[in-house]
Design a protein around this ligand. Sequence first.
Ligand code: ADP
Ligand code: MG
Length: 318
Amino acid sequence: MGEFELIRRYFLPLAGRQKPRSLILGPGDDCAIQRIPSGRDLVFSVDTLVEGVHFPRNYRPDHLGWRALAVAASDLAAMGADPECFTLALTLPVVDELWLEGFACGLKSASDAFGLELAGGDTTSGPLTLSLQVHGTVEQGSGIRRSGARPGDLIAVSGTLGNAGAALDYLPDPNPSADMLAVLEHYHRPWPRLDLARAVRQYANAAIDISDGLLADLGHILAASEVGGRVESARLPLSPALTRLKGDMAVDYALRSGDDYELCLCFSPENWERAPESLKSQLTVIGFVEAEPGLYLDGVDCRLEAVPAGFDHFRRHS
Ligand code: ADP
Ligand code: MG
């Protein structure tokens, strides 16, 4: 099968299936065309996933299709953006039709679930690598940045943390228990918090999605905002499955492991007070922002501990 037949068979069917929003020309031409409504800002980001680095070798293709778009869409959630469309640059070692079918199926489910329409892409041969560029929009000036946290803000997170990190321990397990399956689901099928993020956009001062672990990603907010923060580990939201699987270590997974794609948000106390209960019930307050730089965990300065600064591709062997 040639490049064009491959695109026609597996990727063009994903396009043009959703109600047209800002995407006015999809795949098939030299470029896609997106029309940004006046009064809105374009919010975009690109993410690359390399086999053996971002996902295991021989990873299930339908899981990969879902995960790739979920990871990319999570950055839109972190800005509070409305998802619009995405492009896919796919590098494949061989044309394996069964693999492509599974991959396109997972990608399609995610595209429907997140409301992100395929706008185009590029298909090449080489080691298995995916780059997805996602486009969203926000009302002019309303994207939530990392740099908006202020002393006195509450720090909150969505969902439960540490599940996907723990799941890495069980990926090779041929016979996973119900608890292992529960945490594996978080790894295979992360749900970027797009709806929650759009709903809290008007209340939050700063946001980030937790891709590298809470301490690392909250650290990015604090650094960008030139503030410090305190977190109480007893407040961290943990799933029952993680607690049963990891016991006392569960907190460590919640603090340091990534791949959850939950949100970490900062709110002024007044805005937190004003926010509707239906939003607050999806969040857990874990600490607060203070003027003095540094990240204190249960009163201990994390900067002085050997806290991994999140995943750094060029430092992982040091
Ligand atoms: P060009 O040579 O002009 O860059 P290509 O041959 O790379 O065009 O692609 C032809 C069309 O197919 C383009 O509209 C492109 O967006 C689309 N396309 C290529 N690969 C993919 C893919 N993996 N997913 C979706 N659309 C794709
Ligand atoms: Mg091209």
